[in-house]
Design a protein around this ligand. Structure first.
Ligand code: AMP
Ligand code: MG
Length: 322
């Protein structure tokens, strides 16, 4: 395959895995094979790398991402396991099963990767190249499918290149993916719930649990209350968008040069950089909530590039809730 400068395609071997781990450590984007589909990997703990990942995919919204780890031990460092979750991990990892669990506060997954949530989706993929990369890197790697937003998931390095050539640093070619569909997602945020059907059959999961999984209320079924969806972080404070200056009683979420203001202020990016702003978005909203602010004035953020996803989340944060 002929890559343009900017995106290297390397056959999977020890040297390319080492190069990929080094790239991830520098905040790079690396596409790699898993048994489900090719993932677009970034250091889960590096908010700016995660922001660049969303930009490379052209995602118009920040959805929480799956943290990939090499083994259950590593998963335990980022999430709290319930006994039922442990049973599923023992039965099906490595494999096409993602578990949504309460995050550990010191788990090292960035707020942007979690879209601000208190839960984290975690998985141990069943692919020798993915596992070797995760071991070489030594930390969680977020890896949504390595395609442009709205396109089908890639199951070969050629698919990845046709979508992401020039947008990612490195593609590791490990041949075709065996499963070819995404992982099954089970949430333990409440009663065990099937969030997404995928490469592992629901029946197999229910057999191990000894009881049926609950059915998820999907975003499509509850479009009127976006802030209330379990998969969205909703600040407690009231949010006012496109504010030029804060009013009495408001805290300020600024972008770019901020008006002088003596109240609580967090700036998404004083220099007006959308990658930095994306990386700070959820942690700043959380910090504003933690400050006790009852209302937040948000300065306008341009709608281009990552600004689209930032504005999507801000609009959800500002949507009326009961
Ligand atoms: P993908 O981008 O294809 O890897 O898919 C990731 C899926 O996991 C999306 O459907 C996310 O909404 C879901 N997901 C990731 N983290 C969480 C979480 N903490 N709670 C609920 N769903 C999650
Ligand atoms: Mg996808």
């Amino acid at each position: 395959m002929n890559a343009e400068p900017g995106t290297r395609v390397l056959k999977a071997d020890d040297a390319s895995i080492k190069a990929a781990a080094a790239s991830l450590r520098l905040g790079g984007l690396v596409a790699f094979p898993t048994e489900t589909v090719y993932g677009l990997g970034a250091d889960a703990g590096n908010g700016e790398a995660v922001a660049r990942l969303y930009a490379a995919k052209g995602r118009p919204a920040f959805n929480p991402l799956i943290a990939h780890v090499a083994d259950i031990e590593a998963a335990r460092h980022i999430a709290f396991f319930y006994p039922d979750a442990q049973k599923l991990a023992d039965a099906f990892w490595p494999g096409p099963l993602t578990l949504v669990l309460p995050k550990r506060p010191d788990g090292g997954v960035s707020d942007l990767a979690l879209a601000g949530l208190d839960t984290v989706a975690v998985r141990v993929p069943d692919h020798p190249v993915a596992l070797a990369l995760l071991r070489a890197f030594g930390g969680p790697v977020v890896a949504p499918s390595a395609n442009r937003s709205g396109h089908v998931s890639p199951t070969s390095a050629a698919h990845v290149m046709s979508d992401l050539r020039g947008r990612v640093d490195l593609v590791i070619d490990g041949g075709a993916c065996a499963v070819g569909v995404e992982s099954t997602i089970v949430s333990f945020a409440g009663a065990p719930t099937l969030l997404r059907p995928g490469g592992l059959a629901r029946e197999a999961i229910e057999r191990v649990l000894g009881h049926p999984l609950a059915v998820a209320v999907t975003a499509e079924e509850a479009p009127l209350a976006p802030g209330m969806l379990a998969s969205h972080y909703a600040p407690k404070a009231r949010v006012r968008l496109d504010a030029e200056a804060p009013r009495d009683g408001e805290a300020l979420l600024a972008f770019g040069p901020a008006p002088s203001f003596s109240g609580t202020t967090f700036n998404l990016s004083p220099r007006g950089d959308l990658v930095e702003a994306a990386a700070n978005l959820f942690s700043h909203l959380r910090a504003l909530d933690a400050s006790g602010a009852k209302a937040i004035a948000v300065m306008s953020v341009p709608h281009e590039g990552l600004g689209e996803a930032i504005n999507d989340r801000l609009a959800r944060a500002a949507a009326p809730r009961n």
